[in-house]
Ligand binder design. Structure first.
Ligand SMILES: Cc1cc2nc3c(=O)[nH]c(=O)nc-3n(C[C@H](O)[C@H](O)[C@H](O)COP(=O)(O)OP(=O)(O)OC[C@H]3O[C@@H](n4cnc5c(N)ncnc54)[C@H](O)[C@@H]3O)c2cc1C
Length: 418
């Protein structure tokens, strides 16, 4: 059987694996990425590409369960839990529910805000220093409301943003339209987040892969990991359908697929695939200049020079790979409620991706207790693109044995007894 050796083996070629590889190369380490499909071809491809330190608040908050229950019987609601017998999902939901209180909300917001600030700066630095041609723009993002009661009911948001020192502006409907003329007359108000940015995610992943190869890194695409071979407390080899690979250090960055492989190491990783959808179009003549979140519908709108995307919705339906027409149509309907020109003339692609969701909405970043040469870099949920370069920096510090740029305790695998 073929056997190839590397300094650091990275399992998974999404934005997290790619950004980690690029940062390790900068530290002078050798890297090999193993990817069953194509680099950046899974959840990292058709997402909305917003870089949002403003999303420091976790999903789990008081009122979230009531809202989820009200949405339960609406097939086109922003959140859907497909009814089925799934013990791991049930346990995940229980843990999520347990965290729907203000103390946990504040604790996670504080930790996440620190991480997101580091990640936002690391991403812009990486785009500029590596000359990643990915339509990056630091234009902020705008969250808009069309329902006066919903806008008034979002008063917890400015409070939470102020507490974690995240800049924002509160705007009325007219001010929203002045900032973003693509919005229609229904808009009653919103929040502008000046530190946010956006990029084209498929271009970003392709550019990361280009830079890795240019700097001597190896990316093995169409290489499915099938198992692990242990020697005492170390991973001695990674088995794939293309033979065995060995590495002094192993970084596990398999996104939503993490739990399957980790089970072989006796690690029970609480990640559920949170399915989201997007529709990509040619650019409408009146495209938004600033990425938008259409708040009542939780739909994100991003425009680049090269295209236009409606995306989002969260569906817990296991590893179901079908395209749900009702949920795709909900994206289009939402755009029609908020935008003067909601769709481009040409529909280029309909897409789904599985977000790797932890129930506390923080990624898992660190070494598990029982496997000496393993770093976990997974569970980035709704913010993997935003957190990619910062995660790469932190992974490289862990692998190189340097003190981390951030206190990693809130992200540690030990919080899940790993
Ligand atoms: C609709 C939608 C909109 C989103 N919008 C945003 C946004 O605006 N901003 C933001 O920051 N984030 C956004 N996200 C979230 C973001 O896309 C994810 O957090 C991120 O892509 C996760 O990256 P990853 O590298 O962990 O996972 P992935 O990109 O899924 O990468 C994991 C890789 O592992 C590979 N793999 C799995 N099993 C194996 C195996 N056995 N052998 C080899 N390889 C394997 C897979 O093929 C895959 O390429 C969005 C997600 C969705 C669905």
């Amino acid at each position: 059987m073929t056997r190839r050796e590397s300094d650091v083996l990275i399992l998974g070629g999404g934005v997290i694996g790619l950004a980690s590889a690029l940062r390790l190369l900068r530290e002078g380490r050798g890297v090999t990425i193993l990817e069953k499909g194509s680099a950046g071809g899974a959840c990292s491809r058709g997402n909305c590409g917003t870089i949002t330190p403003s999303h420091a608040m976790p999903l789990a908050m008081p009122g979230a369960i009531g809202q989820a229950l009200r949405w339960m019987f609406k097939p086109d609601a922003p959140l859907r839990i497909a009814p089925r017998l799934d013990f791991a999902l049930f346990e995940w939901l229980l843990q999520f529910a347990h965290r729907c209180n203000w103390d946990d909300f504040r604790r996670v917001t504080t930790a996440k805000a620190k991480l997101l600030r580091l990640c936002r700066d690391a991403l812009e630095e990486s785009v500029r220093s590596e000359k990643l041609d990915c339509e990056f723009e630091a234009a902020g993002t705008l969250n808009v409301y069309r329902d006066t009661r919903a806008f008034a009911g979002s008063d917890w948001l400015p409070r939470a943003l102020r507490e974690c020192d995240m800049p924002f502006e509160v705007l009325d409907g007219e001010q929203c339209r002045a900032k973003e003329p693509a919005l229609n007359a229904n808009i009653v108000g919103g929040y502008f987040h000046p530190r946010d940015a956006h990029l084209r995610p498929d271009r970003y992943a392709a550019e990361l892969a280009r830079a890795i190869r240019a700097q001597g890194g190896q990316i093995h695409e169409s290489t499915a990991i099938t198992g692990l071979r242990m020697e005492a407390d170390r991973i001695a080899a990674v088995r794939t359908d293309q033979g065995e690979f060995t590495g002094g250090e192993v970084v596990l960055a398999l996104g939503s697929w993490t739990p399957q492989l980790a089970r072989q190491l006796d690690l029970r990783i609480p990640i559920q695939p949170g399915k989201g959808y997007s529709i990509t179009y040619s650019r409408p003549a009146l495209s938004p200049r600033i990425p938008l979140t259409l708040k009542e519908r939780q739909v994100c709108v991003t425009a680049w020079g090269s295209g236009y995307r409606l995306g989002s919705t969260m569906e817990f339906a296991g590893y179901d790979s079908s395209l749900n027409r009702t949920r795709l149509d909900a994206l289009r309907r939402a755009a029609g409620e908020y935008l003067r020109e909601p769709e481009g003339t040409q529909r280029v692609e309909e897409w789904y991706g599985w977000r790797p969701m932890t129930y506390d909405d923080l990624p898992i970043l660190g070494r598990p207790a029982r496997v000496r040469n393993l770093v976990l870099a997974t569970g980035h949920g709704m913010l993997g693109v935003t957190m990619s370069a910062g995660t790469g920096l932190l992974v490289s510090e862990l692998v190189c044995g340097r003190s981390p740029s951030l206190d990693l305790a809130p992200l540690s695998p030990s919080r899940f007894n790993l």
